[in-house]
Design a protein around this ligand. Structure first.
Ligand code: BTN
Length: 243
């Protein structure tokens, strides 16, 4: 596995995308930036990260064995790897659908996966991961940010965290290659934030109470309402109501 460490970039996802367009890079190549100046989040949001404080990195995958229909399995294995790494430091780590990592009710990690498709197959994925390690003040308007240092009071060594995280991510990626789909999906569902039990959700037609049943391989969230109705949602069609 090759780690390309750089001083500064706009976004490690952009950097890796440009690099792989210019030269052939092996699967597992990682770009880690000391400072990420214009970090990108999901849905066009900005990802805040104070230079030198946090882990901002991107990993290159060629999951050509995955169909577009089951693209979300890659998200599941990445989220599981990050979650397990955080559990080395702290309890109460959950995956908030689709792939944020929360500790208690605060967001500690964001994941941005950008796929390049060839017909019905995924040719290449750039997996961007931002883990709040040592930042103690968040200036932007990100919802409920928190860092490991804020939670544990300890300064976290970035290289140790990265090494552990890559080991765990690649362990789960191997499971995916070996088609251990049930095992991956069960581990993912078991790690979900706000499960088991009934919680408040919001969608275009209003608020409702439901229990999460599962997340399918295409990323669709399966809910059962308190009136027994089964509902399915794509990313951004429904959100959790946070207290
Ligand atoms: C989110 O909105 O939750 C996703 C945030 C993803 C941030 C990471 S940091 C490294 C990589 N490079 C980026 O520009 N974004 C991702």
């Amino acid at each position: 596995m090759r780690i390309i460490r750089i001083e500064a970039t706009d976004s490690t996802n952009n950097f890796l995308k440009q690099r792989v367009a210019a030269e052939k890079l092996e699967e597992g190549t990682v770009v880690q930036a000391f400072a990420q100046l214009v970090g990108r989040g999901q849905a066009g949001n900005h990802w805040e990260s104070e230079p030198g404080k946090n882990l901002t990195c991107s990993i290159l995958f060629y999951p050509q064995f995955l169909s577009v229909r089951s693209h979300f399995l890659l998200s599941k294995v990445i989220a599981l790897g990050v979650k397990e790494t955080l559990e080395e430091y702290i309890d109460d780590v959950f995956i908030k659908w689709p792939n944020d990592i929360y500790v208690q009710d605060k967001k500690i990690t964001g994941i941005l996966i950008e796929n390049e498709l060839t017909g019905p197959e995924i040719n290449r994925s750039i997996v961007g991961i931002g883990v709040n390690l040592n930042q103690e003040l968040f200036a932007g308007n990100a919802p409920h940010p928190v860092s490991l240092k804020q939670l544990t009071g300890k300064t976290i060594d970035q290289d140790t965290f990265l090494e552990e995280m890559l080991n765990r991510i690649f362990f789960w990626y191997e499971q995916l290659k070996e088609k251990e789909i049930q095992c991956i999906s069960t581990a993912y569902d078991d790690a979900l934030y706000h499960t088991p039990g009934y919680y408040r959700f919001k969608e275009i037609n209003g608020e409702f109470t439901a229990e999460i049943q599962s997340v399918a391989d295409d990323g669709i969230l399966h809910l059962k309402t308190d009136t027994g109705e089964e509902r399915r949602y794509f990313f951004k069609e429904v959100s959790f109501i946070m207290d």
